[in-house]
Design a protein around this ligand. Structure first.
Ligand SMILES: Nc1ncnc2c1ncn2[C@@H]1O[C@H](COP(=O)(O)OP(=O)(O)OP(=O)(O)O)[C@@H](O)[C@H]1O
Length: 248
């Protein structure tokens, strides 16, 4: 569903993503990890078609993102780490606006919007202006909007930051259910417990390179460790840093 072939991205001389190859199947929940500045956001922006690779190719549902960007983007919803809303719209108006943008007929979108309001427990605030929303309410509204047109691919950046434990549980269950329904979920996070609990596979990126990719057991083998994802992550990234330093 998501296919990156030899993808690199340069900002001037700075290599943000280096020769990345990655294939993510339909219905997979893929967790993407990496230290600050590793290249995660750049990779996400390229998958969403917001940035183009300097070299290599990206296919989304079979569509090449540079040639068939509109068709590829139609399959994707992106939930950024900062939930942005139009302050003078209510949550319900924002959901309607989003459904309109995706070309959903009003007869179809009305029921789907009600479903999303119930799923994200937005009933109490959905008709208030979003300028009054707390961070958690904003996050839930942005998620509901991202899912209103039933995207085949859901890309989420740091979804649990600033949420209370109940909302985190709701979100984790939802992402798992979406994947079970066949949605491809690409989850970028620093929360290793979330990645360990949810990820079918985990990709570790460092200095723009994919330095580990597989199930937790496969990553444990790579690190020669039987520990938690945190221990495995630290070992793999430390080895990568040592290699970089030796090469330099
Ligand atoms: N617009 C830009 N111009 C120049 N350099 C950039 C730009 N955006 C990102 N970079 C650089 O590219 C590298 C990768 O950045 P990116 O934002 O993709 O990392 P990240 O893994 O998302 O980091 P974080 O976890 O801190 O959000 C960093 O060295 C960053 O400084």
């Amino acid at each position: 569903m998501i296919e990156l072939k030899n993808v690199s991205k340069l900002y001037g001389d700075k290599v943000a993503v280096r020769d990345m190859n990655l294939s993510i199947a339909a219905g997979e929940l893929f967790a993407f990890l990496g230290p600050n500045g590793a290249g995660k956001t750049t990779t996400i922006k390229m998958i969403c078609g917001l940035l183009f690779p300097s070299s290599g190719s990206i296919h989304i549902g079979g569509y090449e993102i540079q040639k068939d960007g509109d068709k590829a983007r139609q399959l994707i919803s992106y939930v950024p780490d900062q939930p942005y809303l139009y302050e003078k719209l209510s949550g319900r108006e924002f959901l309607t606006f989003t459904a309109d943008l995706y070309g959903m007929p009003r007869s179809q979108s009305a029921d789907r919007i009600e479903e999303m309001i119930a799923l994200f427990r937005m009933q109490e605030f959905v008709d208030d202006l979003s300028e009054r929303y707390s961070h958690g309410m904003r996050q839930r509204t942005v998620f509901a909007a991202a899912m209103v047109h039933q995207p085949k691919i859901l890309i989420v950046d740091e979804p649990t930051v600033g949420l209370d434990p109940k909302s985190i549980r709701l979100l984790k269950d939802l992402l798992r259910e979406e994947a079970c329904r066949g949605t491809t979920v690409f989850l970028s996070t620093h929360a290793l417990d979330v990645a360990q609990e949810l990820g079918d596979r985990i990709g570790i990126v460092d200095h723009g390179r994919l330095i580990g990719c597989g199930s937790l057991d496969e990553l444990r083998k790579q690190a020669s460790l039987a520990g938690s994802l945190e221990e495995v992550f630290l070992k793999i990234t430390e080895e990568s840093t040592n290699e970089q330093e030796a090469a330099a």
